[in-house]
Design a protein. Structure first.
Length: 187
């Protein structure tokens, strides 16, 4: 049975998408920031997605100026690094060095990806909806760390706690066939 609760808790039920690390490069210095508000917005081969961020974040300014970024999906075992990255400034820190992360040079953007992550997407900014702080990204290339590919991801609950996703896979591919693009099968 459902019972009414405080509206302030609502976002803790919809927050738990995967936490990602957004990477940028301002021409000379690499940076990383933690983003817990992101979502896929279509089924296209270019994987359009939206992230929510704004001017309070150094990476936002760099991303909007360069019109590119990396979206890296950390594994759950990186939780402490992910939180550390999100709670210090790239203005004062080399976050790659501080958190012992290895930059990876992709082929379509100048921003680095992160070798220790499950996957990295080279993305371009294609739109910005200022009223909601939504940055619309288009993925140009996907890189996967095959040693970590199926590790659990990290999900923010919005209250300082995190969950991991399960390794259980429920295959309803046939029922979803009309909505899944050809070649998108992962499991």
């Amino acid at each position: 049975m459902l019972k009414q609760d405080k509206l302030q808790k609502a976002f803790t039920y919809i927050e738990p998408g995967p936490v990602v690390l957004l990477t940028t490069k301002d021409g000379r210095k690499n940076n990383i920031c933690t983003i817990s508000w992101m979502m896929a917005i279509d089924y296209s081969a270019h994987c359009h997605m939206a992230i929510s961020t704004g001017g309070w974040n150094r990476s936002f300014g760099i991303m909007m100026k360069t019109k590119e970024c990396g979206i890296c999906i950390p594994s759950a075992d990186m939780a402490e690094k992910v939180v550390g990255i999100g709670t210090c400034s790239g203005e004062d820190n080399d976050k790659f060095r501080k958190f012992s992360l290895t930059p990876f040079k992709g082929t379509e953007i100048n921003a680095p990806l992160i070798c220790e992550c499950i996957a990295g997407l080279e993305c371009r900014v294609i739109d910005y909806i200022e009223k909601y702080g939504l940055v619309i990204l288009e993925c140009g290339k996907l890189w996967v760390n095959k040693e970590k590919e199926f590790m659990p991801t990290l999900h923010a609950n919005g209250d300082g706690t995190f969950r991991t996703d399960s390794d259980r896979v429920i295959n309803l591919r046939e029922e979803m066939r009309m909505w899944v693009p050809d070649g998108a099968e992962r499991f």
